[in-house]
Design a protein around this ligand. Structure first.
Ligand SMILES: *Cc1c(COP(=O)(O)O)cnc(C)c1O
Length: 399
């Protein structure tokens, strides 16, 4: 018998929970796509996005998902044969590298496994060897949604500067945006990519590239830029439709505007604080579960854990069963073990993820943790006691 009535709770790491206000903002007839309100809304979205990224640079908006802006960033800046170093500490690091490889870039991956952040010292060492400065760009994912590692971007910038290397630093903030603290200009990031369906609480379909003056100059000197991904007309349009290289994504713009209003009402600092607290509640529960049995956080050091998603290991137990139980019996949808397709992790089945990004409050999260706790009991998966008390102790510190 299933009790999965009530409102279903999707805690996969994106698309995240849609606020009712965002859904309601889309309930309207088609607007004029040439002038008027939509033009103002779009300008205000771009302005807010730059502010949220912590940059005075430009923001280009694309009708696309995250994969699209991976390609957008690379296609503006690089061409076939250009040398790129991708730092990988999870599936998404490899994904961006693969995109570059298919585009004909000469991509070298520095691999740091599934359980640890990328190592700034290894990057300095590699750049030191590149005395001819062939390497044109460094790609890194801020929070890799598969491993739930959060990389230390300022230390990577330091590693590049320490050896005086001119390569651009490109950062994927798709999972971390509006969840983890990020300061593009202060941290010396040249290009940031993000998308709307995670911390930005909007249905998938809008994605953004922020770039500074150094990246803009390199892009201008690029002789072959694809007409769709070219960020220049999008940021300096003569006509409004050039912002999108075609029809505006009308209702997504209303949705994004509403989500940004909610973000402004809460405030950036409060949003980071809420995500930090909810993340700590999840970790406290996992620590309690781990006192007896297989469950543990994939990233051992809390300093390198994302505040947007937590990857939990349970080898050799089948967490697919747990996810099924949570979904079918209780209406809670959890994330699968992405990027663990090896026998050691039962082809990903001994891993699951809890997304805790975006429109989320303690009753939603504590309810999810309690539901997982029930599932562990129902399925006889060994686990330590006290997870809910531990999580509640964390949320008790809200003040
Ligand atoms: C979700 C995600 C992506 C991919 O975004 P899509 O919209 O699915 O293309 C890339 N990088 C990170 C870190 C992500 O979390």
């Amino acid at each position: 018998m299933s009790f999965a009535r009530g409102r279903e709770l999707v805690l996969t790491p994106g698309p995240s929970v849609m606020p009712d206000r965002v859904l309601r903002a889309m309930q309207r007839p088609a607007p004029n796509i040439y002038e008027g309100e939509l033009v103002e809304i779009t300008d205000s979205i771009l302005c807010d996005l730059g502010r949220l990224a912590g940059t005075a640079g430009e923001t280009a908006l694309y009708v696309s998902n995250g994969h699209g802006v991976w390609e957008a960033a690379l296609s503006n800046l690089f061409g076939p044969g250009d040398a790129i170093v991708a730092l990988a500490s999870g599936t998404f690091g490899h994904g961006w590298a693969d995109t570059g490889r298919v585009m004909g870039l000469d991509v070298e991956v520095l691999e740091f496994g599934r359980h640890a952040p990328v190592d700034p010292t290894a990057l300095s060492e590699r750049l030191k060897e590149d005395t001819a400065h062939r390497i044109k760009g460094i790609l890194v994912v801020h929070a890799d949604t598969s491993s739930s590692v959060r990389n230390d971007v300022p230390r990577l910038r330091q590693a590049i500067d320490d050896v005086g290397h001119p390569a651009l630093l490109l950062v994927d903030c798709i999972a971390s945006f509006c969840c983890d603290v990020y300061e593009m200009d202060d941290w010396g990031v040249d290009v940031t990519v993000t998308a709307c369906q995670k911390g930005l609480m909007t249905p998938p379909g809008l994605a953004y590239v922020m770039f500074n003056g150094k990246a803009a100059a390199i892009a201008r000197a690029n002789p072959v830029r694809s007409p769709y991904w070219n960020w220049s007309p999008r940021t300096q349009p003569e006509r409004f439709y050039e912002r999108f290289c075609g029809t505006a994504p009308t209702h997504l713009l209303y949705a994004q505007r509403e989500a940004l209003d909610m973000i402004a009402e809460e405030g950036r600092a409060a949003i980071f604080k809420r995500h930090a607290l909810l993340a700590r509640a999840v970790w406290a529960a996992v620590v309690a579960w781990s006192s007896d049995g297989p469950l543990r956080c994939n990233i051992e050091d809390p300093e390198f854990r994302s505040h947007a998603v937590t990857t939990i290991l349970a080898d050799p137990h089948d967490m697919l069963q747990l996810r099924r139980w949570c979904e079918d019996e209780a209406g809670l949808i959890l994330g699968l073990g992405l990027g663990f397709l090896v026998p050691e992790f039962m082809e990903g089945k001994s891993v699951f993820r809890i997304g805790h990004m975006g429109h989320l409050n303690p009753p939603m999260l504590l309810g999810a943790l309690a539901t997982i706790d029930s599932g562990l009991k129902a399925l006889d998966i060994p686990h330590g006691p006290g997870a809910l008390e531990a999580a509640a102790m964390v949320t008790a510190t809200i003040s």
